[in-house]
Design a binder for this molecule. Structure first.
Ligand SMILES: C[S@@+](CC[C@H](N)C(=O)[O-])C[C@H]1O[C@@H](n2cnc3c(N)ncnc32)[C@H](O)[C@@H]1O
Length: 730
């Protein structure tokens, strides 16, 4: 501090450069103090401003007359502050509080009693101590002689205001320029004058900031600092209120941390909605000033999926492109006739019969359960609607086809969700351009519904030279031909599929759709399902190129199994006969590449009839109908969803895997108890027993379900029965 004062003093033009010792200081105080005490009249004594700071140069005397006085003599106070001192004493003093020291901070005058009490030594000592205290007191450099001290009558204002050092610099700069202009030519003068104007403008601008807080400290250029790197200097002149706006004024704004709000999705922020078309996005953006439209306050979910995911919940997965369509310029299949609805062709409409029992089907779900896996309609693959479900559209979750319709109606690539792609060795295929939930409906398989005879005709004529066929067994022995149909016709086969093709009954009509498998679908995955292709002839077997780990090598069952299925019954053996029958009736082609040769068909029918007859004779089965019921029992495997669509394999006695009929299901009902009691009646004739039990079943079975697809002949009627009931039929 002292060195600083000495520096100031050495710079001061009016102050002679003398070394002042502490002793001098004391003596100076000694000599001036009485004068001050004597002239202590508030009306005449210039009141010094309260101490501000060392740099404060605006401290002013209230009395102008004092100015002259101040010029002629040094301030007592100032001089008392100057001098050398004993550091030990000083430090000892500093460690004590002002109260302990018996002085009040800021008391810079020598008390009057010094003059009246004590001898010289004591007096000197006290003076020494007090001088040292004074050194520790607040300083008012403005009171010091020399320097550019300016006085005015408003001491209080001066205490609050400080002259900006920048103004000093500007003053000096303008002085220099003034001097320079005298030696410059006209052109130079003009340039300098322009500079002057700029300086004046700056000065003016600075004045407007007279009352603004001190300019914030700017980052120095000493080198990059980690702490400073977090701050960025930004021009926020537009954000500042008008009165604070000044030329090029910069403030420091803390840099944002977008990852706090966006997490792993940082940098993926987009203004447009990828699900919408460009036009719709533009429209949306123009109307996006709606109130309430804003950023989420919480960490966003994967983009574009919205509230649905929050509601439904989903395990966290690493970020992926939720919506990622193929870039333009992909190879496209030849244009085909499209239809988004099934169309009955020819006699098909007359042949097809609406199931009679539908009106009786009403689920008993509540809004809480919302037609979950226990919903009876869901179990039967009936879609809920207002006629068969009391839960209502808001809570019912068994309205997939309605949801699909709404999605497609909304339009856009995202909502459609699938697109055609070219595969390496399987022609065209279908890929998902977005994610799908497990078991979510993806796309409907639509086309023309034709009768069997119409199919034969088409195969022989229209599709004679075709490479690909889009035929699928549908309902009531009819065929769904998607040659004219929906995009779903391009879905390829896989032995390890990620989707299922399932037939549902919607408003009394059968409809086929592709559903996501149990693992859901990720963006970019190729969609496949198991064709369960039945070539009806060994020579029509197609090589499978699905590339799955457990690939069967062919589309459909393995060749050996096909041979087994088609082998005529020559030998007895209950298990074998049963197996052949089961295999014969199990899988009906859902998708066929070629028409079934009539010779194969008749051989198949003959084998089936023969087997049924033999089994009936042997008392194993009562009738073809009960045979179906037996299949129901043997193959009913309760899936987690209470139904089973997939063809399954089960281990036979010889340890080999063999295919079993599936696609049917059974359910334990209250009638099971009755069946239990029936069982106790003993061993009557099998047929009689079956008849009796069939009667009881008729009473209790809720309805008859029409099913087709893998595992059961299309259009065959299968009754739903309880497991225990079935025991009696064996
Ligand atoms: C309904 S089409 C599927 C779309 C077809 N890839 C296209 O380009 O039109 C069925 C035909 O695709 C071919 N295909 C489908 N999946 C296959 C697979 N896993 N391996 C070999 N060929 C397959 C077979 O030729 C089959 O007859």
């Amino acid at each position: 501090m002292l060195s600083f004062i000495q520096q100031r003093l050495s710079k001061a033009p009016t102050q002679p450069q003398t070394k002042i010792t502490r002793q001098d200081s004391i003596e100076s105080a000694f000599s001036h103090a009485p004068a001050r005490n004597i002239t202590k009249d508030p009306s005449t004594t210039p009141s010094l401003t309260t101490a501000t700071s060392l740099t404060d140069t605006s401290s002013e005397l209230t009395d102008g007359s004092a100015k002259a006085d101040d010029c002629t003599r040094s301030s007592t106070r100032s001089r008392s502050h100057i001098g050398t001192y004993n550091e030990n004493v000083l430090s000892a003093k500093q460690n004590r509080s002002a109260r302990e020291q018996g002085t009040v901070r800021g008391n810079r005058t020598v008390p009057g009693d010094i003059w009246h009490h004590g001898d010289e030594n004591t007096l000197r000592e006290r003076l020494l101590k007090q001088s040292v205290q004074v050194l520790d007191a607040d300083w008012n450099i403005g009171a010091m002689p020399g320097d550019s001290l300016r006085l005015s009558g408003k001491a209080e204002d001066g205490a609050k205001r400080r002259r900006s050092t920048r103004l000093d610099i500007l003053d000096r700069a303008s002085n220099m320029i003034e001097k320079t202009t005298t030696v410059l030519g006209k052109r130079g003068r003009e340039t300098v004058e322009a500079g002057m104007e700029k300086i004046q403008a700056l000065k003016g601008a600075n004045k407007t900031y007279g009352l603004t807080p001190r300019e914030p400290e700017m980052p120095s250029f000493e080198g990059p600092s980690r702490k400073r790197a977090r701050f960025s200097v930004v021009d926020v002149s537009n954000e500042r209120p008008a009165e604070l706006q000044g030329a090029g004024h910069k403030v420091i704004k803390k840099s944002t941390k977008p990852w706090v709000a966006q997490g792993l999705y940082v940098g993926q922020h987009r203004n447009d909605d990828a699900r919408l078309t460009e036009t719709k996005n533009r429209k949306k953006q123009t109307s996006s000033n709606r109130p309430g439209v804003g950023e989420r306050a919480i960490m966003p979910m994967p983009m574009w999926l919205g509230d649905k995911i929050i509601e439904m919940g989903r395990d966290f997965k690493m970020p992926f492109d939720v919506f990622s369509p193929l870039p333009p310029g992909q190879p496209k299949p030849d244009e085909w006739k499209k239809t988004q609805k099934n169309v009955f062709i020819g006699d098909a409409a007359n042949v097809w019969k609406k199931p009679k029992d539908l009106e009786h089907s009403t689920c008993i779900c509540t809004a809480e359960t919302g037609c979950d896996d226990h919903c009876f309609n869901r179990f039967m693959l009936y879609e809920c609607d207002d006629s068969n479900c009391r839960v209502g559209a808001e809570h019912c979750t068994n309205r997939s086809f309605v949801a699909l319709k709404q999605r497609c109606k909304a339009g856009g690539k995202y909502n459609i969700g699938v697109e055609v792609m070219k595969t390496a060795d399987r022609g065209y295929g279908i890929r998902a351009n977005r994610t799908f939930e497990p078991n979510q409906i993806i796309v409907e398989y639509t086309g023309e519904i034709i009768t069997q005879s119409e199919c034969d005709e088409r195969m022989n004529k229209r599709y004679k030279d075709a490479e690909c066929y889009y035929l699928m067994d549908f309902d009531q022995s009819m065929i769904l031909d998607a040659t004219r149909g929906s995009i779903a016709r391009f879905v390829n086969h896989s032995c390890a599929p990620n989707c299922r093709m399932i037939k549902w009954t919607v408003a009394g009509k059968p409809r086929m759709a592709l559903f996501a498998g149990d693992n859901g679908i990720m963006t970019g995955e190729e969609l496949t399902y198991d064709y369960n292709f039945n070539p009806y002839s060994v020579k029509n077997v197609q090589e499978c190129r699905c590339g799955a780990e457990g690939c069967r090598g062919v589309l459909g069952p393995r060749p050996k199994e096909i041979r087994e299925a088609l082998k005529p019954i020559t030998t007895g053996g209950k298990r074998k006969i049963q197996q052949v029958v089961e295999d014969a009736v199990e899988t009906v082609t859902k998708r066929r590449k070629i028409a079934v040769p009539s010779s194969v068909k008749s051989a198949f029918a003959t084998a089936k009839a023969q087997t049924s007859r033999r089994l009936s004779e042997a008392g194993v089965l009562g009738s073809p109908a009960t045979h179906n019921q037996r299949l129901v029992k043997q193959n009913s495997q309760h899936s987690p969803r209470g139904r089973e669509q997939e063809t399954m394999t089960e281990s036979s006695g010889d340890g080999k895997k063999r295919r079993r009929a599936t696609n049917t299901f059974s359910r334990r009902r209250s009638s099971d108890k009755r069946a239990e009691s029936d069982k106790d009646e003993g061993s009557h004739s099998r047929r009689k027993s079956v008849k009796e039990k069939a009667g009881s079943v008729r009473e209790n079975v809720v309805r008859t379900v029409r099913r087709s697809g893998r595992g059961t002949p299309a259009g065959k009627t299968i009754r739903i029965i309880g497991d225990d009931e079935f025991k009696g039929w064996r």
